[in-house]
Design a protein around this ligand. Sequence first.
Ligand code: 2IT
Length: 448
Amino acid sequence: MKVETIMQQLAAKHPGEAEYLQAVEEVLNSIEEVYNQHPEFEKAKIIERMVEPDRIFTFRVTWVDDKGEVQTNLGYRVQFNSAIGPYKGGLRFHKAVTPSMLKFLGFEQTFKNALTTLPMGGGKGGSDFDPVGKSDAEIMRFCQAFMLELWRCIGPDQDIPAGDVGVGGREIGFLNGMYQKLSRQYHTGVLTGKGMTWGGSILRPEATGFGALYFTHHVLETAGKDIKGKTVALSGFGNVAWGAAIKAKELGAKVVAISGPDGVCAIPDGITDEMIDYMLVMRASNRNKVQDMADKFPGKAIFTAGKKAWSVKCDIALPCAFQNELSEEDARELVANGTWCCCEVSNMGCQPGAIHFFQSQPGFLFAPGKAVNAGGVATSGLEMTQNAEHISWDAKEVDERLHAIMRSIHEQCVKFGTQADGTIDYVKGANIAGFMKVATAMMEQGLI
Ligand code: 2IT
């Protein structure tokens, strides 16, 4: 396999699908060497098969807004790879959603899910529906119209969607209600991220952020460092940033920035519990403005329009918002301001130039999203287990399992990512570990 040749063929076949091509190239660069040590992979054309989704459903979603006007959006479900289990992955509602974005996310999800130790394949879906400025009633009508098409594609042993950007507990509720109405199936397992009274798992809302901080803790510990007393800049203020802020504070770190599409809020004294609670109010408002934090806590949260979280001096940078949100220029600014660790919490949060720059800095600790953020989908897997057993575990049990999974993912990265000079390449480690598991499962199940 030559990465360049495969990428040229893929770019010709899927012109303009920038995010998808970027995600594939990153994985192929990491696994090239290992892959070429396995002639049986080449013979079975594992790469050519693995980079294409099994199938993609595309559908029209028509709904009526509060003014009585008819709106039409596009809906998708990408069923990427089911070699190790049923398709599993979130739904993203965002105005910029395209097939390319969902294919990149489904591809990443396949390897991420393989790392979790749980039997889940990779999938992703969503819509170009823009939740910003929408009322609760509009959100409900859109979710119902979306499920009117999606329900035929999913099932508790086929494909289990969850939330992602723009889809949280409220949306999962509306989606699940409509699924039950249409299918007359009252099992609890077709979506994860459900409410606590109807099959949800305790700690699922917090899990992505908690898992990310457990992983960060292991990265630091392995490097002989401690997160206690360190300053942390987070981007975003959604579900992931919220969970990360809670756990960072609990572990003794000081969260000195959160951000939004409108700018950054610097929090020089560190985020408080009241501010963390207010992040939930900001998310539920659908205003998508981080300035609201500064208005609510004047003098404590200081808003600067048009700036990113990466302009705030910190030890540890945690991108928690969107793909490609941290550029090489941002990486240079962070390092110049003394940052020595970046754990990517968002999917593909760092641009390739940023990753290369971080990795070129001696001693800099960088870990990729598919390892760092896997606690979210891992806890979705734990939700599926509880649903299948018709039981609910308590917070201690879920938290211990989540922590054990994050520890295992870290160990897999160390096993596959330790370099000749003793440093750990977490990008390589995560990609090779995930790839080897999926490739082995594909090999053993024949040409399908
Ligand atoms: O990117 C992700 O891993 C998620 N959005 C969570 C997926 C899931 O099925 O819980």
